[in-house]
Write a new protein. Structure first.
Length: 327
């Protein structure tokens, strides 16, 4: 039986990965320390194995005891807003802990496959486009590919800086040591397992606010800012295809693409139609470094893994968030 380590196992992607790989008959070890309850005030859940990945001795003890065939590293401090108030913790979780995991892999299971969940925030202000404004959204014909580059990319946010550090280390461990490591740069990940909070996971939190008749805050751009959405299942399935046929040090932008892109105003209308409830919202001052438009070009991953495809459409995602049956 193949063995896989999943960090951040209580989170959206981690919990989806546990379910996915258990169905594939892998032996799954999931680790978490429930820091998201401190980040966002959400409920804490007992993990498979409680472990803080900043604990080098604890991580090395785990790797020394179990020879993993794959590692999916989803654990992170994921919030721009939280990072600015605690930059040292943000760096420790996102950068140093990733290095601890990479080094443990190199020492104890160098033949394993390592999936590093990075973020498109590493591109900072390089993710800009000339946009056309309509009644409900901004438009562009050119989604973002991996060719944006990381050099001179300001306005990453402090979160983006810590994630850029881990992203580059993951690439270099693949290139320097010849390890099977893939770097995935998603934007908005969502799905019914998502426990959205005001500072993280806008689509899930929006659905929660509408269902519970809570007032929702839209930060800037008149609610026309656009994000593409990828369901956590589709993302984990992409990881699986990579693990089955790894390519050393490859970087992939991964998201929902134009077909799963939605503005805040459009999402409000879709969730209102799905739930039959009215959204009560206010438009507030925009957040520093926020983007008007964020849609991913996934053609590189599709070329490398043509058997992978999406399961969830945008209406499916909305239904899942609203706890309705998927068509």
């Amino acid at each position: 039986m193949k063995k896989i380590l999943i960090t951040g196992s209580n989170g959206l992607v981690g919990s989806e990965a546990i379910k996915f790989f258990e169905k594939k008959n892998w032996k799954v070890v999931g680790v978490d320390n429930n820091m998201r309850s401190m980040f966002f005030g959400v409920d804490a859940y007992e993990p498979m194995l409680e472990l803080d990945i900043r604990d080098q001795d604890g991580v090395e003890g785990l790797f020394n005891g179990v020879k993993f065939d794959a590692i999916i590293h989803t654990a992170a401090q994921p919030s721009h807003d939280w990072a600015k108030d605690a930059p040292l913790i943000d760096f420790d979780v996102n950068a140093r802990a990733t290095l601890i995991l990479l080094e443990a892999m190199r020492k104890y299971c160098p033949e394993a496959v390592f999936v590093h969940v990075s973020t498109d925030k590493v591109y900072g202000e390089n993710m800009v486009r000339d946009l056309v404004e309509s009644d409900t959204r901004y438009h562009s014909d050119y989604p973002f590919s991996e060719n944006l580059g990381l050099d001179f990319a300001g306005q990453r946010s402090l979160f983006g800086c810590s994630k850029t550090t881990s992203d580059i280390y993951a690439q270099e461990y693949a290139n320097y040591f010849g390890l099977k490591i893939g770097i995935f740069r998603p934007g908005c990940i969502t799905g019914g397992r998502h426990k959205g909070a005001e500072q993280h996971g806008f689509l899930s939190y929006l659905a929660k606010c509408i269902k519970e008749n809570k007032r929702y805050k839209i930060y800037g751009y008149k609610g026309k800012q656009v994000r593409d959405q990828i369901h956590s299942y589709d993302l984990v399935n992409a990881f699986y295809h990579f693990i089955e046929n790894p390519k050393l040090g490859e970087v992939y932008n991964i998201g929902g693409g134009e077909e799963r892109s939605v503005s805040v105003l459009e999402a409000i209308k879709m969730i209102e139609d799905e739930t039959g409830k009215k959204c009560h919202y206010e438009i507030c001052e925009g957040r520093k470094g926020d983007r008007q438009w964020d849609v991913h070009d996934v053609s590189k991953f599709r070329r490398h893994y043509p058997k992978w495809d999406y399961k969830y459409s945008l209406p499916d995602i909305i239904s899942d968030l609203c706890q309705k049956d998927i068509k």
